[in-house]
Design a protein around this ligand. Structure first.
Ligand SMILES: NC(=O)c1ccc[n+]([C@@H]2O[C@H](COP(=O)([O-])OP(=O)(O)OC[C@H]3O[C@@H](n4cnc5c(N)ncnc54)[C@H](O)[C@@H]3O)[C@@H](O)[C@H]2O)c1
Length: 449
């Protein structure tokens, strides 16, 4: 038998070429050892690979629940649970205004609108607890700065994901919230082209997770949540009224907000949750979002960088119904006060509960070119403008709110014009970025991060 050609592990290893010229017994022994070593090596490599795969597949993934770990989270999220943590949660949610004080869970509290709403509720004596996952969609340092501001006002912002069911249940175990103001979401229409899954995660699955926690809580809270003017999509009937069509979204963001409105209907219908949806129209102001045009136009004008101003077909003007943050906050607080009561308990509906939707806008659309002129005047700098055709990436040519319903039912009356609101924004912007520059000695908190 020609042992040189035989595999050391029959059926598992085969030489490519027979080696008939190595016939000396020592050489044969040497080859035998070599084959044996190689196959052992192959076996252990496979074993190590299998171990690695098993470890990878069985390790908890981000957003997976952590019920088995007694409420403690890992994977970069701050841990939650334990007596000291529960004490902070209770203290933050404690109502100081009687009668009529509310205890409110504000999701997305480290976000632009969330921070302002949480602070406003706290100021008037409501108990407020924040929740935010501090994701990296835009500079997390800005979210941390908002968190620090809320901390100083007595609002604890729990770090966690709205999809974390055990965390939400724990929060409701510790505090019988009367209201949820649900503002956590993946915002921005253009980012959906790059990361569509984040919209489904936060705006669809996340909303369901929040409503699940709300419907199972006893007592059930009333829910106020942010939809968006983007649900009007390609609607051309102006001004946009709540009765208009919303079945032609122009972006995935809009589609997830529209889905949210339908999901809200289900939880109201089956479980008796009182739910108010608010369609915000282009909110701007101090502590705003760096991905929004007024914000990055300011940055680029100051840096002498060119800015792109979109135009519709035939050079048509693109216009937005810019709404100042303080007006939006008043609308949100009014929505909390008019939310009505959820009627379910033990996961069952006990009677009809309110289900509402309101536009919160400013009712006076401004062409984006005019926005730029105001910024130039306030910044005392000339913008380098490039007029470009609006790409089909989710944006719509104009938005214009009809706010009659919110006026009538919430007493919503926006007061701040664009010139005044932008002045306040610019003052904040210069202060925030100048002080962060001097603190860090670099552009550490700038928008390029
Ligand atoms: N700002 C606007 O012009 C505008 C317009 C229409 C609708 N809205 C809606 O208003 C709400 C607030 O918007 P904003 O401008 O403050 O946005 P934002 O991005 O500043 O705030 C949202 C916050 O939610 C957090 N978040 C996102 N996904 C989360 C998750 N899965 N779990 C926990 N936290 C999560 C983010 O970290 C962020 O801090 C959003 O629902 C948004 O869709 C805003």
């Amino acid at each position: 038998m020609d042992v040189d050609g035989a595999p050391s592990t029959p059926g598992k290893w085969k030489m490519d070429k027979p080696l008939h010229h190595h016939r000396h017994p020592r050489l044969l022994l040497h080859r035998w050892h070599l084959h044996s070593t190689l196959s052992k090596l192959a076996f252990w490599s496979l074993f190590a690979l299998a171990l690695f795969l098993a470890f990878f597949l069985l390790s908890p993934r981000p957003h997976a629940s952590s019920a088995s770990s007694g409420g403690r989270r890992s994977l970069g999220m701050a841990p939650w649970g334990g007596p000291a943590w529960e004490k902070r949660v209770r203290l933050s949610a404690r109502v100081r205004r009687q009668p009529g004080g509310k205890s409110v869970l504000v999701t997305g509290a480290a976000g632009f609108v969330g921070m302002h709403v949480a602070a406003a509720l706290k100021r008037r004596g409501d108990g407020v607890l924040g929740l935010d996952n501090f994701n990296g969609y835009y500079e997390p340092s800005l979210k941390r700065a908002r968190q620090a501001l809320l901390e100083r006002a007595g609002v604890f912002v729990v770090e966690g994901d709205i999809n974390d069911g055990p965390l939400l249940r724990k929060l409701f175990d510790v505090v019988p919230f009367t209201h949820i103001v649900h503002l956590a979401a993946q915002a921005g229409v253009r980012h959906a082209l790059e990361d569509p899954a984040s919209y489904v995660h936060s705006n669809v699955a996340g909303l369901v997770s929040v409503l699940e926690a709300a419907k199972s809580a006893d007592p059930q809270p009333a829910v106020v949540w942010a939809s968006s003017s983007s649900v009007y999509g390609l609607n051309s009937h102006v001004p946009f009224s709540e009765a208009d069509r919303t079945d032609r979204p122009a972006s995935l963001y809009a589609a997830t907000k529209k889905a949210g409105e339908e999901i809200a209907h289900v939880y109201n219908h089956i479980y008796g949750l009182a739910i108010t949806g608010l369609r915000f129209f282009t909110v701007y102001g101090p502590w705003g979002r760096p991905d929004m045009a007024y914000f990055f136009f300011t940055r680029d004008i100051l840096r002498g960088k060119s800015i792109s101003i979109f135009e519709g077909p035939d050079h048509a003007t693109v216009a937005r119904d810019f709404t100042y943050i303080d007006d939006i906050v008043k609308g949100c607080v009014a929505a909390v006060d008019h939310a009505g009561k959820s009627t379910g308990s033990g996961g069952k509906k006990r009677g009809p509960a309110p289900l509402r939707i309101y536009n919160l806008g400013n009712t006076s659309p401004v062409p984006v070119a005019d926005l730029v002129s105001i910024l130039e005047q306030l910044l005392k700098a000339k913008a380098v403008k490039k007029f470009v055709k609006m790409p089909r990436n989710g944006d719509v040519p104009f938005t214009h709110a009809n706010i009659t319903l919110a006026q009538k039912e919430l007493g919503y009356h926006p007061k701040t014009g664009l010139q005044t609101g932008l002045k306040k924004f610019i003052r904040w912007y210069l202060d925030y970025y100048t002080s962060s520059l001097s603190k860090n000695g670099s552009r550490g908190r700038s928008m390029s991060s």
